[in-house]
Design a protein around this ligand. Structure first.
Ligand code: GLN
Length: 274
């Protein structure tokens, strides 16, 4: 927010193209957390064909199907406003389809490679199997955030180049797609990308404050018992159950892949030790 601005402008980019997964909630979260600090804020939805404001403080892009994602990327490239805003240091937060199109390239309709906006040094191709499920990631140490939680649903695998840093390291789930050692999301200056729905900023309020902080500076803490309870519940119950189910699935998969001759022994030793 510049010294002359009185209202923090949250630009919700193409909610009808990039809004399949309830990511609109992120705009509400930022709005509410700004107001809680006495910062006047306004959410401005922008639709395809409308000029993107150049002076927004935060730009939000949600998830969407391949065709809508390709259309959104083309509109945004033609508009040019997001690149201008990024140069001004505005915060840009993209989720899933919105994340992929902030990168250099992604796969659009029919698997054809499509150009992104080049605001994140990432490239997206395809996972072997679509990633659907809960996610838990340790936030990158440089961010100083608690664990990141959310829900993913994507076919894209995202590879980070040297200018982008991961948002976190996956504990449960797939994230960027490099398996158990893999990373989740990317950050480059004030541009963020993540696979976390949920909505991400509702489940990860410290991340919301970090995004807001690009415009509003260091923010005093706010109490939100509901969010604290929600996080406690997911961290204590939902995610451990997901991890147990994941371990069961990979054990069964490993047993099924064993050659028939050694299968009986493997399954006995496998079950007895767990
Ligand atoms: N279409 C993209 C993919 O499947 C993004 C999906 C999403 O936004 N949830 O990877």
């Amino acid at each position: 927010m510049s010294a002359t601005d009185s209202v923090l402008l949250i630009v919700h980019v193409y909610p009808h193209l990039l809004g399949t997964y309830g990511d609109a909630g992120n705009a509400l979260v930022l709005h509410r957390r700004a107001l809680a600090r006495g910062i006047p804020a306004q959410i401005v939805p922008v639709h395809p064909g409308e000029r993107l404001p150049r002076t927004g403080d935060v730009y939000l892009l949600g998830g969407g199907e391949d065709a809508k994602q390709t259309a959104a990327a083309q509109e945004l490239r033609e508009d040019g406003g997001l690149v201008v805003a990024a140069r001004r240091g505005s915060a840009i937060f993209g989720i899933c389809a919105g994340y992929q199109l902030l990168g250099e390239t992604f796969l659009g309709v029919g698997g054809a490679e499509a150009p992104g906006l080049g605001l994140l040094d990432v490239r997206t191709d395809r996972l072997e199997r679509r990633a659907v499920g809960n996610v838990l990631a340790d936030a990158d140490a440089a961010l100083g955030l608690p664990q990141l939680i959310g829900f993913e649903n994507h076919g894209g695998a995202t590879h980070l180049g040297p200018s982008a840093s991961p948002l976190g390291r996956i504990r449960i789930g797939i994230g960027n797609g490099d398996g158990e050692e893999g990373t989740e999301g990317a950050v480059q200056g004030s541009v963020y990308g993540t696979y976390l729905h949920g909505p991400a900023l509702a489940l990860n309020p410290e991340l919301a404050d970090r995004v807001l902080g690009h415009a509003a500076g260091t923010l005093p803490p706010v109490e939100d018992r509901l969010v604290d309870d929600l996080r406690r519940h997911r961290l204590g119950h939902v995610l451990p159950a997901t991890a147990r189910a994941g371990r069961r699935r990979s054990l069964m998969g490993a047993l099924r892949r064993r050659p028939a001759a050694s299968g009986a022994t493997a399954s006995l030793s496998g079950t007895s030790s767990h």
